[in-house]
Each structure stands twice: as structure tokens, then as C-alpha cells.
Design a protein around this ligand. Structure first.
Ligand code: GLU
Length: 309
């Protein structure tokens, strides 16, 4: 398949070990891509919050579940030049502005008329040269925001249908010079011909901004599938605090990757409880329309052996 053939992807942040929730999303991203004849790419979103060796650990965990991808693994830190070029292009087209606001100033500013709740209030959007010079003199380096010419944008999501959400003047380059997640993700998805984005539904509200930005840089927005999260017994997003939730911790408790895959498959209604499965079998059974739409509530009793107390 050519390198420009349509692709899906999994894009973890290598900030630590993947937990069962991340692994379940990875399985779904693989299933969505491979059952639709797409390439499947792995991208390390390592522009911030990285832990030494976490990428290698994540790669090993994905392999342990049988997930494969089309090489190479892409690291965002190797792509800074592409992000810089796009930010410059947008700036030269007059589509960006420098923003000197602190988080607090943004929270305390009165919102702009007709602006949706939580939108950037527009404080730095139309500064005069004198105002800008004054702010520059404060010594605080500016972030760069995109000048949005829409307030909402609609995306298509396989699980959520047509979803319209807010677009504001969001940050595309942080004030420490790091490309913002919302920029990097769009630039990379476009560069890699990714036309299918499968990820946790905590990112659904970011999709309209990203899809709109894709159109601004001349790319077509992808199709989305924002999949339900895995929650703990308190119905809070699963985290390391919830005990054995990584492959390494589960293995230490005698739970093999094969068992983890089996339970993930069962949670997706793709396997009977404790049925031995592999990804090819799951691909034959996979039907996006039949996927559960509710979060998976995962408790420690999930891993108790069949028949045990
Ligand atoms: N790197 C993001 C995360 O781990 C995912 C970004 C994406 O899939 O668009 O939450």
C-alpha cells in the first residue's frame, strides 16, 4: 500500500505506561483501520509530558496484544520544522495573533459578545501597535493563537453522528515555543494521510477545532470515532491510582496479555467471557454499529479467575 493511502492511527503521549483504557482504545483504532483497508500508524505525541523509556514500553505493550502498524513510528519531536513552517505560513497570511494573556486573565476577562462559554475572550485579538508594544515590554513571551473566522464547526463521528462544537481563537504555539497539541495533531494527520481518527471520547469537544484547522491548512477533516472511556468503580476515568491497570502490573498479578485482550474484547461485545481471542478473530466480528456506547466500568474483580471467590 502506498505511503499516501488512507490511514488510521493510535497517538499516545509517552508520559508513562498505557493502562487498560488506553489499550482498549488502541485495539479499537486498529480494528477500525484494518477492517476498512486502511494503513495503521503509530505516532508518539512526545512534545511534552514524556517519561524516559515510556515510548519503548508502550510499543512493547501494543505488540503484546498483537497490534501491528505500518512503520516507522512517528515522533512529534522530529517534526518541529513542519509545525514551525505551518505557523509561519498562517502568520504571513494574517491568520494568527500574539497573545500575552495569562490563564487567570483569560478566566477573569468578560466574555466577548455572542462568544460561547469558555471561548477565548478576544483580549489580544485586535491590539493596536502601541498596546502590543506595551505588552511586549512586560517581558512575557506571547503564545500564538489562530484567528477563528467561525464560532462552531461540525464533524462527523461514527459513534456520535454529526457533532457541532465550539471553535475559538485557540493556541497553536505555546509561549515557550512548543507547538500546541491542537496544531501538531492536525499537521501530522494531514501529512500522514490520516482520514480516520479513533480516540477516547474525552477529545470529542476538541474535534471541531481540529477539523476546522484542517480546512484552514488545506486538508480534509478526517472521519472520527470517539470511543467510550474506561472508568473505575467511582465512575471516574481510569488511572494508575486504580491499582493494577497496566500490562506490567497485571502480569505481576498473574494476568497475561492474552487475558487482558480477552477481557477488552468481552467489554466490546466481541467475545464471550474468558474466550481466547486474537485480533484477526476480532476483526472478523467487528461491527462499529454494534459497539457499546457506554463507558466500561472496570473494577479489580474483573481479573478474578473464573470460578474464584
Ligand atoms: N496524545 C493524545 C492522548 O494520548 C491523543 C491525541 C489524539 O488521538 O488525537 O491523549
Amino acid at each position: 500500500m502506498s505511503a499516501t493511502a488512507p490511514a488510521g492511527r493510535f497517538a499516545p503521549s509517552p508520559s508513562g505506561e498505557l493502562h487498560v483504557g488506553n489499550l482498549r482504545t488502541a485495539v479499537l483504532a486498529w480494528l477500525f483501520a484494518r477492517t476498512t483497508g486502511r494503513r495503521f500508524l503509530l505516532r508518539m505525541e512526545d512534545l511534552d509530558r514524556t517519561a524516559v523509556g515510556a515510548d519503548a514500553g508502550q510499543i512493547a505493550d501494543l505488540r503484546a496484544l498483537g497490534i501491528d502498524w505500518d512503520p516507522p513510528v512517528i515522533y512529534q519531536t522530529t517534526r518541529r520544522e513542519s509545525y514551525r513552517a505551518i505557523v509561519e505560513e498562517l502568520r504571513d497570511e494574517g491568520r494568527t495573533f500574539e497573545c500575552f494573556c495569562t490563564r487567570r486573565e483569560i478566566l477573569e476577562a468578560p466574555s466577548a459578545p455572542h462568544a460561547p462559554q469558555g471561548a477565548y475572550p478576544g483580549t489580544c485579538r485586535d491590539l493596536t501597535d502601541a498596546q502590543r508594544a506595551e505588552r511586549q515590554a512586560s517581558g512575557r513571551p506571547p503564545a500564538i493563537r489562530i484567528r477563528a473566522d467561525v464560532t462552531t464547526f461540525e464533524v462527523h463521528d461514527v459513534l456520535h453522528g454529526d457533532y457541532r462544537g465550539m471553535v475559538d481563537d485557540f493556541v497553536i504555539c505555546r509561549n515557550d515555543g512548543t507547538p500546541a497539541y491542537n496544531l501538531a495533531v492536525v499537521v501530522d494527520d494531514a501529512a500522514e494521510s490520516i482520514d480516520q481518527v479513533v480516540r477516547g471520547d474525552d477529545l470529542l469537544s476538541s474535534a471541531p477545532r481540529q477539523a476546522w484547522l484542517a480546512t484552514v491548512i488545506g486538508a480534509s477533516p478526517p472521519t472520527y470515532a470517539h470511543v467510550p472511556m474506561v472508568l473505575n468503580a467511582d465512575h471516574v476515568r481510569l488511572s494508575k491510582r486504580d491499582g493494577a491497570v497496566t500490562l506490567a502490573d497485571l502480569a505481576a498479578d498473574g494476568v497475561s496479555p492474552t487475558t487482558v485482550l480477552s477481557h477488552i474484547a468481552h467489554s466490546l461485545d466481541l467475545a464471550a467471557r474468558d474466550e481466547f481471542v486474537d485480533l484477526d478473530l476480532l476483526a472478523r466480528r467487528f461491527d462499529p454499529d454494534a459497539l457499546p456506547r457506554e463507558p466500561w466500568i472496570l473494577t479489580a474483580s474483573e481479573w478474578a479467575s473464573p470460578g474464584a471467590g
